[in-house]
Design a protein around this ligand. Structure first.
Ligand code: PMP
Length: 293
C-alpha cells in the first residue's frame, strides 16, 4: 500500500503548546530553521504506548538546543507530557516520535538575536522498521562513504542538530545509488565512525567492539545495547577502530532508535555472518524484549 506523504495525513501534531490538525501544522517558506539549519530534533520510539527512555531523549533535545544556542520555551516535563498525550490522542501503541525545535520566521539571515523559537512533536506508526524488514533479516550491505564525520571543533557533534545531517543524506544517497542499503562513515582522522543514522558494532567471539563516540552521537540505543551486553557478561571494547581491521570481525550491526539492532551483511568487500544462528540475531531478540519489558 502506498503511504500518504508526510504533509497529508490524519491526526494531530503538537505545535507550540497545542494540538493542531496534522495537515495544518505548517511553517512559512521564509523560516530561519530551514534556510540555515537552525534546528534540533529527536527520534524516539514508543512500545506498547510508552516511549523508551523518553526523559533521556528530552534531555538530549534540550542539550542539543543549548549547544546550538536555542532556548526551548518549555520545560522538559512539559515536553515529556506533550509526547505522552499526543501518543494517546493518536491512539498509537508502537510508534516513532519526532520532537523538533527550530528558529522561525521572525528574523532572517544568520543573526539569532531576535529569532522566535518553535517546537513541534509529531508521531507516526509506519516506521515499524526503519530499514525494510526483509533487508533487516538478511542484513544490510554498506559501502564506505566519501564523506567524513567532522572534528568536534568543526561541527556540533554532540548535538542532534539538522546541520550535520547533510553529510548523512549525501552519504545515504551515495550508497543507495550504488545499490547499497547504507554507508559506513569514517571520521576526520580516518577511524570508523558510524552509519548514516545509527551507531556501529563489530563482533569477534565474546568481545564486542565499537568506536569511541568522540565526534558523533553517543546514541541512546548504543548506550542501552552496551549495558545489555555487559549484563550478559560480554566484553565491550570501545576504541578507535581502523577500516583495515573490519575484515577481522565475524559479525557487525547498527544500533539506533529507528534502526534498533540491524545486522550488517557486508561492508564494501568484507562479508559477515548473519541469520538465526548469529550472535547479532540473539542480540536483536534480547533488545526486542528489553524495550518492551
Ligand atoms: N548517529 C546518528 C547520526 C543518528 O542519526 C542516530 C539516530 N538518532 C544515532 C547515531 C543513534 O542514536 P539513538 O540511538 O539515540 O537513536
Amino acid at each position: 500500500m502506498e503511504l500518504a506523504p508526510f504533509d497529508k495525513r490524519d491526526g494531530f501534531i503538537w505545535l507550540n503548546g497545542s494540538f493542531v490538525p496534522w495537515n495544518d501544522a505548517k511553517c512559512h517558506i521564509i523560516t530561519q530553521g530551514m534556510h540555515y539549519a537552525s534546528s534540533v530534533f529527536e527520534g524516539e520510539r514508543a512500545y506498547k504506548g510508552k516511549i523508551f527512555k523518553s526523559k533521556d531523549h528530552t534531555r538530549r533535545l534540550f542539550k542539543s538546543a543549548d549547544i546550538i544556542g536555542i532556548k526551548i520555551p518549555y520545560t522538559q516535563e512539559e515536553i515529556n507530557q506533550a509526547k505522552d498525550e499526543l501518543i494517546k490522542k493518536m491512539n498509537f501503541e508502537d510508534c516513532y516520535v519526532r520532537p523538533i525545535a527550530w528558529r522561525g520566521s521572525q528574523q532572517m539571515g544568520l543573526s539569532t538575536s531576535n529569532a522566535d523559537i518553535n517546537v513541534a512533536i509529531a508521531v507516526w506508526d509506519d516506521w515499524a522498521s526503519y530499514f525494510k524488514i526483509e533487508d533487516r533479516k538478511a542484513g544490510l550491505k554498506l559501502i564506505t562513504s566519501p564523506w567524513k564525520r567532522p572534528s568536534p571543533d568543526t561541527a556540533p557533534c554532540e548535538a542532534k542538530a539538522s546541520g550535520p545531517y547533510v553529510i548523512c543524506t549525501m552519504s545515504k544517497e551515495f550508497a543507495e545509488k550504488k545499490g547499497y542499503h547504507d554507508a559506513l562513515m569514517l571520521d576526520y582522522r580516518g577511524y570508523i565512525a558510524e552509519g548514516t543514522g545509527a551507531n556501529i558494532f563489530f563482533v569477534k567471539g565474546d568481545i564486542i567492539h565499537t568506536p569511541i563516540p568522540d565526534c558523533f552521537l553517543n546514541g541512546i540505543t548504543r548506550q542501552t545495547v552496551i549495558q545489555m551486553l555487559k549484563d550478559q557478561d560480554l566484553t565491550i571494547e570501545e576504541r578507535h577502530m581502523k577500516p583495515e581491521e573490519i575484515q577481522n570481525y565475524e559479525e557487525a550491526f547498527l544500533t539506533g532508535t529507528a534502526a534498533e539492532i540491524t545486522p550488517i551483511q557486508s561492508i564494501d568487500d568484507v562479508k559477515f555472518t548473519t541469520g538465526e544462528d548469529s550472535k547479532t540475531y540473539k542480540f536483536m531478540q534480547d533488545f526486542h524484549n528489553l524495550v518492551r519489558s
